[in-house]
Design a protein around this ligand. Sequence first.
Ligand code: UDP
Length: 332
Amino acid sequence: MKESASAGKPVLVVGGAGYIGSHMVSALVAAGREVVILDNLSTGHRALLNPAALFVEGACGDRALVERILIDHAIGGVMHFAASSLVGESVQDPLKYYRNNLAQTVELLSAMQSVGVPYFVLSSTAAVYGEPQSVPIAESHPSRPTNPYGSTKAALERLLAEVEVASGMRHMSLRYFNAAGAHPDGTIGERHEPESHLIPIMIQVALGQRPHAQVFGTDWPTEDGSCVRDYIHVCDLADAHMVALQALERGAASSTYNLGTGKGYSVLQVIDTVRRITAHPVPVVVSGRRAGDPAVLVANADRIRSDLGWIPQRSDLDTIVSSAWNWHRRSA
Ligand code: UDP
């Protein structure tokens, strides 16, 4: 690993072989930061590992292993992307979510506390809000998660505040809206097995990997009847983590930020964009509503813009879909 004079201390990226984590590693490496990746490869992929980072295969709940990494590499901050993140699965198997998202993270934080690592950046989620009472959703919106996935992230946010009181460890909780897109260089992108997210599914249809896709309802109280979401480019997400980490390093107080654009697109608008960019008709069938889907999820992202100056650069729908298309075509 390269040492850069201007860089801060090395960063541990937990889940750095996953979709969002791998984009974070890429951004850190590009900024001259030394990076160690810890990933158990349960949903991550070796192909997404950045060769400029050191990779350790293991679980963040393995406290002895994490302590050794933190000490051996003089880690200055931890970014935590490793989690189970499927809402439907979390309803079927809540214990898996409490085990993977909460219990494992308790051990990770214990290791950090015992070694004295001062900063933590959490991948949180808009699912902490539950059914929105009003949109766009600001951070002050009540947190009433409606599924175990959101509950585990809300519990982690609370835990971080309590750990700070006890030990002084500062944190940033970043509540993602809909992460999408892929790195412009085409080397890393979204890959879930099985795939459940809208944009990759539509692209799989365009690639001939599925005969058609489903639209989960066109009877929602929205302009065109399909659900509206706030899609945020994964590289913009990574940039937000970078400014959050740098703020912690400069002494900023712990905070919670929405990561979204403030602009929503409907499922039908996304499909039209995929059709235009891929030049494929992308046949769809309209099926029933998916359990747990709110009609509209759009962020009010003013807080991070005014506190940290983060402004999404690549989150227009065309850039998101064309970067995803580029990645899926190359990796098909
Ligand atoms: N969606 C859809 N068909 C699909 C997958 C998703 O109509 O095959 C819809 C889903 O109901 C939601 C939106 O697309 O309104 C985004 O879903 P996704 O699973 O990508 O993200 P989520 O909003 O659940 O985090």
